[in-house]
Write a protein that binds this ligand. Structure first.
Ligand code: SAJ
Length: 437
């Protein structure tokens, strides 16, 4: 415990990605010597140059300071990270495969590296999102192949990350955390480390409960968004503005509905409910609400495609002989992350329908092999329809009068994120269609 409070302990982090790298820079800034291990040479080289391989508010200066202070070094030699560290954090991705089953290969590889080099007295903290029971059921046996016993010869804890991309640095330092320990001592030691970097409340529990809490949090968001999406689809038929109705319902002191949209992307929310669905199936429990919510959200890109067809139809046009400008490739506003982005299905389906699809995104520099530009007017010029897929801030203040001049007449806009005021659209002679409108 003294080594932690005295910051003399060496911290190793396996996985220098969207969470591992911010974590490493914060620990380094607080005075810990941190060695970050990754399997990607580009990531390691970039960090050791004092630069950030990821886009995150404040991360560039954090990496530069951490590396120049000598408190952060990155390496491909993950064995050395374990050999030289007293505390090892595991922050690698835990994706699902095409059958929606957990793919724990990356974390099992990281755990094997730890097991091969494990020293008595080490504290191992797993942060990656896992199906409930996976730490003790699948990872602990690998660690104990070292001949050392968890809770006796080394400490083992599980503490999931809750920070939201674009605010990761800020939130790691203020969010409360759940800290599960294989023993109370393991939980206490892990809490001692986190108390050095966050002002948030630290709640200790057992490992399986901590794993479950994380998946519950993200499943809550997915189900909430699915409810909003279902309400939006009904409102479109009902002639009620779903956004107004949701905003008014949220005035209720105990109602907090999220926003309807074009679908749920990212590397967490679409994935984590499947950890619960899969575990429940193993245990003979059917999760009807969670499964249906996933289906509703996975269907939203198809709903948006139907809206595009209807919007073009209002101008007697068809998708196959139109140019459609897609605004937004990233999975959510003001990020360059395209993992599980709803726009992929929308763009590829439009292309298959022989549509002249042209995408724009201010943050992303890649497309899906279709026409793309970081210049909005390139995408909008002579377009038959403007489709907002991602809620980038830039799109909330579009120059509608200008765009109305460069689009083909009649101007048609499909607002998949409900960030354009329908009245302002109408003032610029746009025919406005919106999710839930
Ligand atoms: N979305 C909606 N309507 C909403 C909110 C989001 O359609 O009202 C969509 C977004 O457009 C996006 C997807 O859902 O496509 C997910 O976005 P998100 O804001 O819910 O959260 P993520 O994917 O950025 O999730 C991250 C995760 N944290 C980390 O990766 C470390 C997740 O574990 C967190 O719970 C979440 O942030 C958070 O809100 O903190």
């Amino acid at each position: 415990m003294d080594a932690i409070s005295g910051k003399s302990c060496r911290v190793g982090i396996l996985g220098m990605g969207y969470v591992g790298l911010p974590m490493a820079t914060i620990l380094a800034k607080k005075g810990f010597r941190v060695k970050g291990g990754d399997i990607n040479p580009k990531i390691v080289e970039t960090i050791n140059r004092g630069e950030s391989p990821i886009n995150e508010n404040g991360i560039e200066s954090m990496v530069s300071q951490a590396v120049s202070s000598g408190n952060l070094e990155a390496t491909l030699d993950t064995d050395s990270v374990v050999q030289e560290s007293d505390v090892i954090l595991v922050v690698v991705q835990t994706p699902i495969d095409d059958e929606k089953k957990p793919n724990l290969s990356a974390i099992k590889s990281a755990i094997s590296t730890i097991s091969k080099n494990l020293r008595e007295g080490s504290l191992i903290i797993i942060e990656s999102t896992l199906p409930p029971g996976a730490t003790e059921g699948e990872l602990l046996p690998i660690l104990e192949e070292s001949g050392l016993r968890a809770g006796h010869d080394f400490y083992l804890a599980y503490s999931p990350e809750r920070a939201i991309p674009t605010k990761t640095i800020e939130e790691i330092q203020k969010n409360s955390r759940i800290v599960g320990g294989i023993t109370d001592e393991s939980a206490a030691l892990a809490s001692a480390l986190y108390s050095q970097i966050t002002t948030g409340e630290l709640i200790t529990t057992d490992i399986k409960t901590a794993e479950m809490v994380k998946v519950i949090e993200n499943t809550f968001r997915d189900v909430n968004i699915a409810l909003s999406n279902e309400i939006a689809m009904l409102c479109e038929k009902l002639g009620v503005d779903a956004m107004s109705a949701i905003e008014m319902a949220n005035k209720h002191p105990r109602v907090n509905l999220l926003r309807p949209g074009t679908g749920v992307g990212g590397h967490c929310i679409p994935k984590d409910p499947h950890f619960l669905i899969g575990k429940a199936r193993e245990l003979g429990v059917e999760l009807k609400v969670i499964t249906s919510a996933r289906q509703v959200n996975e269907n939203m890109p198809k709903h948006l495609l139907k809206m595009i067809e209807k919007a073009l139809g209002s101008a007697d046009k068809k998708i196959s002989d139109s140019k459609v400008a897609i605004l937004g490739i990233a999975y959510k506003g003001d990020t360059d992350d395209i993992r599980e982005t709803p726009s992929k299905e929308i763009i590829e389906t439009l292309a298959r329908m022989k549509c002249d699809v042209f995408s724009h995104d201010p943050f992303v520099s890649q497309d899906f092999g279709k026409k793309f530009s970081n210049n909005l007017e390139d995408a909008a010029r002579d377009a038959d329809c403007l489709v907002i897929v991602t809620d980038h801030n830039e799109y909330k203040s579009l120059d509608l009068a200008r765009l109305s001049k460069i689009l083909k007449k009649p101007g048609v806009i499909v607002d998949g994120r409900r960030i354009i005021d329908p009245k302002l659209a109408a003032e610029s002679d746009f025919r406005y269609f919106g999710v839930g409108y």
